[in-house]
Design a protein around this ligand. Structure first.
Ligand code: NAP
Ligand code: HSE
Length: 429
């Protein structure tokens, strides 16, 4: 073997950054691996599209077979995104004896177990460090460095786009649409940004991390999910008054034979470490039985950080090829654990209600909460509007069962004194 051939599926934000490293650091990479890494072919949708990266035209193709079935290609890097046809191309690459590296959290979250089993059978590598946390090393630490630990909890900010939007909204007073536009321009958002905003991207990432942490197959369908689109500027203001920040958290907690798995906005204490994670940064707080509390922190999206993780996988696989070592992945997902239904969790809540501003309103709301065993920890009346005779009520509860809270909220919605249940957000810590 004179060189190791690389094929790229995709030349967008991430693919361009990976190609740039492969081309600009040829000598350094050859030195690190022992033989040169040669970019052989790159799949794109449109070969005539104007691109910031300038590649020799013969490198570009619109035919996936020229990458996944190319005899010159040893390692296929999938950075096209989406479920289909990325999944099929990865399967074809594996079937053709290619090692595969991917940044695709959707495919790994939904089909990781299947793909790893295929890779095992075909004696090839399948690595996905860039799929969670972008440049933050997570997959390797979960697979190797923390292997001796029983992991009890993961509290994580796993989506750069939403954390960027929440930071811009709470600190710069930017509106949601402008903050999202900025995140898209910076290359953080998914091709369909609804995946970021509605929490789906964080769900995929939590499925991947919790599978590794709890040695079980966690499907995205097991994870309860709410996105950030219901949040308004006033929620950030009120949160601050109570001493909290609002973050989109991905949470996994081991509870004997079950795991609590959820992604939703939460109030977290302003002085907690996760509350201080701003902009595109992600942080993953893990509680291990031996290591104790660990926090992984870094840029969770963007071209360069993601290329860092992809190139780390390339170097590992390429060195193994060069030195004749195995790249076959280990799959240890043998624990039988079930997902705990969201209705069974116990947690504190913040409610923002728009109510009729007259005597007896609070008594009626308190009665419904009391009847459902939901205890109030504080109530503040905000923003009375004399003209419409309405007011905003902000209520914080003590710890209560989710199903009782949801039942109480349904009953509160039906009260004549309540105009609207404007928001409810869970409170951690
Ligand atoms: P992107 O900018 O939208 O790039 C996608 C690339 O794939 C484009 O070059 C596109 O071709 C090509 N492509 C898409 N569908 C194709 C198809 N059916 N046939 C041929 N080519 C196709 O996406 P990205 O931001 O680089 O993200 C790529 C992957 O990395 C996704 O899985 C994403 O979740 C993951 N990721 C992204 C980040 C980030 O910060 N952006 C971080 C971590 C992980 P054209 O150029 O011709 O349109
Ligand atoms: N859209 C993702 C994010 C990219 O914003 O976190 C990184 O996976």
């Amino acid at each position: 073997m004179n060189n190791i051939g690389i094929g790229l599926l995709g030349l967008g934000v991430v693919g361009s950054a990976a190609a740039e490293v492969l081309l600009s650091k040829v000598d350094k990479l050859a030195e690190q691996v022992g033989i040169p890494l040669i970019l052989q072919k790159v799949l794109v949708r449109d070969v005539n599209k104007q691109r910031t990266i300038k590649l020799e035209p013969h490198l570009l193709t619109e035919h996936a077979g020229e990458v996944v079935a190319n005899p010159e290609v040893d390692i296929v890097i999938e950075v096209m995104g989406g479920e289909h046809p990325a999944l099929e191309y990865m399967k074809q690459a594996i079937a053709n004896g290619k090692h595969v590296i991917t940044a695709n959290k959707e495919v790994i979250a939904k089909y990781g177990y299947e793909l790893l089993s295929l890779a095992q059978k075909r004696n090839v590598g399948l690595r996905y460090e860039a799929s969670v946390g972008s440049g933050i090393p997570l997959i390797s630490p979960f697979q190797q460095d923390l292997a001796a630990n029983d992991i009890s909890t993961i509290y994580a900010i796993l989506n750069g786009t939403t954390n960027y939007i929440l930071t811009q909204m709470s600190q710069e007073g930017l509106d949601f649409t402008s903050a999202l536009k900025q995140a898209q321009e910076l290359g953080y958002a998914e091709a369909n940004p609804a995946n970021d905003i509605e929490g789906t991207d964080a769900v995929y990432k939590l499925a991947i991390l919790s599978s590794l942490a709890f040695h079980t197959v966690v499907s995205p369908k097991d994870i309860y999910c709410e996105g950030i689109s219901r949040l308004q500027a006033k929620d950030f203001r009120y949160a601050r008054e109570f001493g909290y920040a609002i973050k989109l958290l991905a949470i996994a907690k081991r509870d004997r034979g079950a795991i609590e798995l959820r992604v939703h906005p939460v109030f977290i204490p302003e002085d907690s470490q996760l509350a201080k994670v701003n902009g595109v940064y992600n942080a993953i707080q893990v509680e291990g039985s031996l290591a104790g509390r660990l926090i992984f922190y870094g840029q969770g999206a963007g071209a360069l950080p993601t290329s860092s993780a992809i190139m780390a996988d390339v170097l590992i696989i390429a060195r193994n090829i060069h030195y004749g070592r195995s790249n076959i992945p280990q799959v240890e997902l043998n624990q039988k654990l079930t997902a705990k239904p969201i209705s069974d969790i116990e947690i504190r809540y913040y409610f923002r209600l728009t109510v009729i501003d007259r005597p007896g309103t609070l008594a009626k709301i308190s009665k419904v909460l009391g009847d459902n065993s939901v205890s109030i920890s504080s109530v503040i009346q905000k923003e009375s509007d004399l003209k419409s005779q309405t007011a905003v009520l902000v209520i914080m509860t003590h710890t209560a069962e989710e199903k009782s809270v949801q039942k109480a909220l349904e009953e509160i919605k039906g009260l004549t004194v309540v105009k609207e249940v404007s928001n409810f957000i869970r409170v951690e810590g």
